[in-house]
Write a protein that binds this ligand. Structure first.
Ligand code: NZQ
Ligand code: ZN
Length: 386
């Protein structure tokens, strides 16, 4: 097992009707800004619950953060924060609203020239305005991690940021919020969380027996609840297991002491930036090709995954590994998620070269758990997804 240091300061408040406890968690003196997305919280009752819980607070609000939080919208929010002397940010939404809020919490205390440099510099964020979240969509794990991803339409870029100051102070997880989520977004949440586990598990063995079992248990739970939650998002038992699995998939726990890959996300983000494809769907496009391309270095873990998750016991190590990749693709298909780039856009020709060139220009010359995938490898993987 590799060495590690682990600290996760986010308090999780999980269960039915827990939004009512908001006021206990925010200091009374704070001037709070509620941030939200396109308005789903207004039609499903979550907005009302938040407003009632914060009735005694000095509260303002900023809505309209779009999926794949857009830089120009966030810059308007930043101006709002500064001109209204806001001191505490409360994200009420899915990964996009929470990530947008993380960016704002860093940008509000940033003393550099342009806040965009927070994303391009890739330096860890060490100071940020306090913030918290009410999660409305299980998927990203953003509610309990210190990462965020911001999109800039103008340049068709989607870049990540992270740092110890970007953990939410607390997050409220009420699985009842899931009942209003459209099927497409439930499917996205399942596929995103599933791939988060794969990124931290399908690497090479480091004798981390417990971390492997943690990862496998999350994958098994997601597979078990997926037909139930897809069929009936108001099934509380399925919803609570779905929600907690998504959080556990990316709150840092399963990555301790093991290598992480994240190449699927690096390539996937480019497909969202170029074509606007939903984040989770880009992962389902890239993952099968990525694992096939990297068979030589990943086959031990792929075969273990095939055996333990899909009960594939026939064949040699490569055959099992390949059957595991096919089973992964079949799982995405059960969610109604297509796994070829050509199913999402007619303009796929040339995508491999564009992405490879971008990686070269950014100096991303070696990605994956060994830092061994260069831009030429990236081009080959992306080409396999056509
Ligand atoms: O905008 P509103 O009206 O809120 O509607 C949203 C949005 O249209 C809707 N929705 C959310 N909760 C709902 C609901 N509709 C009905 N009922 C509810 N309870 O769902 C749509 C999608 O929301 P979004 O927040 O975009 O989805 P998700 O949580 O999948 O977040 C995706 C973003 O997170 C980033 C992705 O790149 C993408 O930008 N990621 C963040 C990560 C992190 N911070 O750790 C890791 C991930 O790998 C990912 O990259
Ligand atoms: Zn993801």
């Amino acid at each position: 097992m590799n060495h590690f240091e682990y600290k996760n300061p986010t308090k999780i408040i999980f269960g039915q009707n827990k939004i009512a406890e908001l006021a206990k968690e925010i200091p009374a003196k704070e001037k709070v800004l509620i941030l939200y997305g396109g308005g789903s919280i207004k039609s499903n009752g979550i907005y009302d619950q938040v407003k009632i819980a914060l009735a005694e607070f000095d509260v303002m609000e900023f809505g309209g953060i779009p999926p794949n939080p857009e830089y120009s919208v966030l810059m308007n929010a930043l101006e709002f924060i500064q001109s209204n002397e806001i001191t505490f940010l409360l994200a009420v939404g899915g990964g996009s609203v929470i990530d947008g809020t993380k960016f704002l919490s860093a940008a509000a205390l940033y003393d550099g020239k342009s806040p965009w440099n927070i994303l391009t510099s890739r330096k860890p964020v060490l100071k940020a305005m306090p913030f918290a979240s009410v999660l409305t969509l299980p998927a990203t794990g953003s509610e309990m991690n210190s990462g965020a991803v911001v999109t800039r339409k103008e340049t068709k870029e989607k870049l990540a940021m992270s740092g110890p100051a970007l953990f939410p102070q607390f997050s409220i997880l009420d699985p009842q919020v899931i009942k209003s989520i459209p099927e497409r977004q439930i499917a996205n949440g399942l596929a995103d969380a599933f791939t988060h586990v794969l990124e931290q598990y399908l690497t090479y063995p480091t004798d981390a027996l417990l971390q492997d079992r943690f990862a496998e248990s999350i994958l098994q739970t997601l597979i078990e609840v997926s037909p139930k939650i897809m069929k009936d998002p108001s099934d509380y038992k399925a919803a609570s297991n779905f929600m907690w699995s998504c959080t556990m998939a990316l709150n840092g726990l399963i990555s301790q002491g093991v290598p992480s890959d994240w190449a699927v996300h690096a390539m996937g983000h480019e497909l969202t930036a170029l074509f606007g494809i939903d984040h989770a769907r880009t992962l389902a496009v890239i993952a099968p090709s990525h694992y096939k391309y990297n068979m030589a270095t990943k086959k031990e873990k792929l075969a273990q995954y095939a055996e333990r998750i899909f009960n594939i016991t026939e064949g040699n190590i490569e055959e099992k590994a390949l059957a595991g990749i096919d089973a992964t693709e079949a799982f995405f298909h059960t969610l109604g998620i297509k796994t070829k780039l050509s199913s999402y856009t007619k303009d796929f020709e040339g995508t491999a070269e564009v992405i490879s060139k971008r990686f070269t220009e950014r100096g991303w010359l070696g990605i994956g758990e060994r830092g061994s995938l260069n831009p030429t490898d990236v081009a080959k993987i992306v080409e396999m997804t056509y």
